[in-house]
Design a protein around this ligand. Structure first.
Ligand SMILES: *Cc1c(COP(=O)(O)O)cnc(C)c1O
Length: 394
């Protein structure tokens, strides 16, 4: 018997639930693209995205998904044969590095663990050893959506500075922007990128790249540049140049509404909400884990992401759980990817998500654990309720 009819929920780490206000903002006719309102929309979004990224640097908006944002970031600063150092902590930084390699860069992976954040001391040691400064860029994700770790970007910046290394610091904020603090300028990030469909609550299809002055200077002599992604071309004065063609208008209308919502709530409150929902999720998983069949992928609590919690499941029962929650309850959970394929479920608490959405998701997982007779400590969902009752009410 199913109790799935009702509003179905996406609890996958992107795309995320789209607010009705964002959907409604997109329900309108197309506009003329060369003047007036569209120019003002672009100018306002660029300014407000700078605020979300925490930068006074340049901002570029692409009609692209996150992978497009990766390519946009790389092609503008790399030259053929440049070495990039990938700080591995799951699947995503590796994917970015593989793209750089495909484009003609040399990739070196600083091996890490799928169960822990990047170790800043290891970054410092590797960069100190690079006396010739062959490494031109360091690639890192703030939150790795596969492993569920959150990397300490300021600590990684300090490691680069301690080694007195000139490499660019390039940060992927796709799964973290508007979910946890992101302070591009204060943290000394040279190139930051993100996408529309996770913390920014907008349909997939927009990518954002923000740059420092240092990155713009490197860009001038980079030889991997291509016309669509090119920053210089996008600095052209005509409006369509900012998108290298027709702007993705309806996504921009949606993004406008999403950013308005974020600012009305206030970014610090948005980050706090994510931290609370993550804390509630951790309270539930900690209880379930007492049954020995489930475990946090990231054992160290301070390294866990605010936006997604991957949970290891013994004996390959994860597919049974995700099928149960979807068919019986109407909640779609994320599955393990990369090395964690078939070994984990991923609970997203990212973007447009509140207590009833999260508690419903956790309740559905507990129903699945019961229904499928997967050993688990009792009271996980209740522990989440208790956590929010204690921490969110005050
Ligand atoms: C989702 C994600 C991406 C890729 O975004 P796509 O839109 O699927 O191309 C890149 N990096 C991180 C950290 C992500 O979570």
């Amino acid at each position: 018997m199913s109790v799935a009819n009702g509003r179905s929920l996406l609890a996958i780490p992107g795309p995320t639930n789209i607010p009705d206000r964002v959907l409604q903002a997109m329900m309108r006719p197309a506009e003329e693209i060369y003047s007036g309102p569209m120019e003002a929309l672009t100018a306002g979004l660029m300014e407000d995205l700078r605020r979300v990224f925490g930068t006074r640097g340049r901002m570029y908006i692409y009609a692209a998904n996150g992978h497009g944002g990766w390519e946009a970031a790389l092609t503008n600063v790399l030259s053929r044969g440049d070495k990039v150092l990938v700080l591995a902590s799951g699947r995503f930084a590796l994917g970015w590095g593989e793209m750089a390699e495909f484009m003609g860069a040399e990739m070196e992976v600083l091996e890490g663990s799928w169960r822990a954040a990047v170790d800043p001391d290891a970054v410092e040691a590797r960069l100190r050893a690079d006396k010739a400064h062959a490494i031109k860029a360091v690639l890192v994700v703030q939150i790795d959506t596969a492993s569920g770790c959150a990397n300490d970007i300021p600590a990684i910046r300090r490691a680069i500075d301690a080694a007195q290394h000139p490499a660019l610091l390039m940060v992927d904020g796709v799964a973290s922007l508007a979910c946890m603090p992101f302070e591009m300028d204060a943290w000394g990030i040279d190139v930051a990128m993100s996408g529309s469909q996770k913390g920014l609550m907008t349909p997939p299809g927009l990518a954002f790249v923000a740059t420092s002055e240092k990155a713009e200077a490197v860009h001038k002599s980079a030889n991997m540049r291509t016309p669509y992604w090119d920053w210089t071309a996008r600095q052209g004065s005509l409006h369509y140049m900012k998108y290298c063609g027709t702007p993705p208008e309806h996504l921009l209308f949606g993004l406008r509404a999403a950013i308005d919502m974020l600012f009305e709530e206030g970014l610090p409150a948005v980050w706090k909400r994510h931290a609370l929902l993550a804390g509630a999720t951790h309270a539930a998983v900690a209880k379930w884990a007492e049954g020995q069949a489930l475990a946090f992928n990231i054992p160290e609590p301070s390294q866990r992401a605010a936006s997604v919690t991957p949970v290891l499941v013994a004996d390959g029962r994860c597919e049974a759980i995700t099928e149960f929650t979807q068919k019986i309850c109407g909640v779609t959970l994320g599955s393990g990817i990369g090395e964690m394929t078939g070994k984990a479920i991923r609970i997203a608490h990212m973007g447009h998500c509140n207590a009833p959405m999260l508690l419903g998701t956790l309740g559905a997982i507990e129903m699945a654990l019961q229904g499928l007779k997967i050993p688990h400590g009792p009271g996980g969902a209740a522990a989440a309720v208790d956590y929010l009752g204690r921490h969110a009410a005050g």
